[in-house]
Design a protein around this ligand. Structure first.
Ligand SMILES: [Zn+2]
Length: 342
């Protein structure tokens, strides 16, 4: 089948590849429709590695996908041929200790698409476990379906923050993950969500989506949070930039007894100011991908409480995949999510 293959760092080809896939009793075969390009795909493309994960043999990229069911294993009851679906890209061992405890995203044996050596979804079809495949509501398109994956990260972060009605949240970083986190925080009941970045084009989009944008190159984040919260501080700070400076200052804007959720992944170990956390008795949470949130994501999208469409800024055809990645490596500041349609 045709696939977008990362041969090694900086070398992408759209070519035929043979992938042996057996349709097990609990599996479905999906014809891929739309795939979103993630920062991690671009990072593998540019550097050939992320931390301990190194591309040592040709690998198909992509992990944010929607498509149509074309074959169903005998044991799958909740899906049928023709269903429009989106997929969770991480396949855990369902019998592992982590999975049995409900933390299947933390299963050390998880096989996640486009994380070496596992092939991703930028290809014509794939076989996946039915338990990780979710039917799209009628009013949710394939393009939105491909965005459920990043949105799931924001929702998982919102759940970890244990948002209460009326909370005021600050999101640091207005990339895709910062945006979906802010949307999840609003949907979860936050009264106000501030979002901070240095790129005005991204902040303009955030303002249009009902967030309070703060350009930290033009104004003091502390002063803005203070004025919005009458000097008390934000109930929740979501760190979604991965920037060392942001991590070091993350407790300054937090209210006493507040929560910080670390979502962004710094490129290397960075310091944390423990005393500033202690004087506020900050609760610190971290997240790694997500677990059990796809049904919630789809339900929010179906109800209209969350609309991911404004995040789709660029669309390419499958044949233009190499060009799509060249663009994704050096996008316009207004670009958020780049989609490839098969
Ligand atoms: Zn992603």
């Amino acid at each position: 089948m045709k696939a977008l293959v990362l041969e090694k760092a900086k070398q992408l080809t759209l070519r035929d590849i043979r992938i042996e896939e057996h349709l097990g009793i609990g599996d479905v075969r999906v014809k891929i429709h739309t795939v979103g390009i993630c920062g991690s795909d671009v990072h593998y493309y540019q550097h050939g590695e992320i931390g301990p994960f190194v591309v040592k043999q040709p690998m198909v990229l992509g992990h944010e996908a929607s498509g149509t069911i074309i074959e169903v294993g005998k044991g799958v009851k909740h899906l049928k041929v023709g269903d429009r679906v989106c997929m969770e890209p991480g396949l855990p061992n369902p019998n592992s200790r982590a999975s049995r405890l409900g933390m299947y995203n933390l299963d050390p044996a998880i096989r996640f698409w486009a994380t070496p050596p596992v092939h991703g979804c930028l290809r014509e079809t794939l076989v996946h476990s039915g338990m990780l495949v979710f039917k799209l509501p009628e009013n949710v398109g394939f393009d939105e379906g491909a965005l459920v994956e990043p949105f799931a990260v924001g929702l998982h972060a919102a759940r970890k923050a244990q948002i209460k009605p009326g909370d005021i949240a600050l999101v640091i970083g207005a990339g895709t993950i910062g945006m979906v986190t802010a949307m999840a925080a609003i949907a979860a009941g936050c009264s106000k969500v501030l979002i901070a970045d240095i790129v005005q084009e991204k902040l303009d989009l955030a303002s249009r989506m009902g967030m309070m944008a703060v350009n930290v190159t033009r104004e003091s984040l502390n002063e803005r949070v203070s004025s919005v919260t009458n000097g008390w501080g934000a109930d929740i700070v979501f760190e979604a930039s991965g920037s060392e400076a942001a991590v070091l200052e993350v407790f300054e804007t937090l209210c006493p007894g507040g929560r910080v959720v670390f979502i962004g992944m710094p490129m290397h170990p960075v310091p944390i100011d423990i005393v500033s956390a202690q004087v506020k008795e900050a609760r610190i949470e971290t997240i790694f991908r997500y677990a059990h949130v796809y049904p919630r994501a789809l339900s929010l999208m179906e109800s209209g409480k969350v609309n991911l469409k404004p995040l789709m800024t660029d669309k390419y055809k499958f044949e233009e995949s190499v060009a799509a990645f060249a663009y994704a490596a050096n996008p316009k500041p207004s670009s958020v999510k780049i989609l490839i349609e098969l």
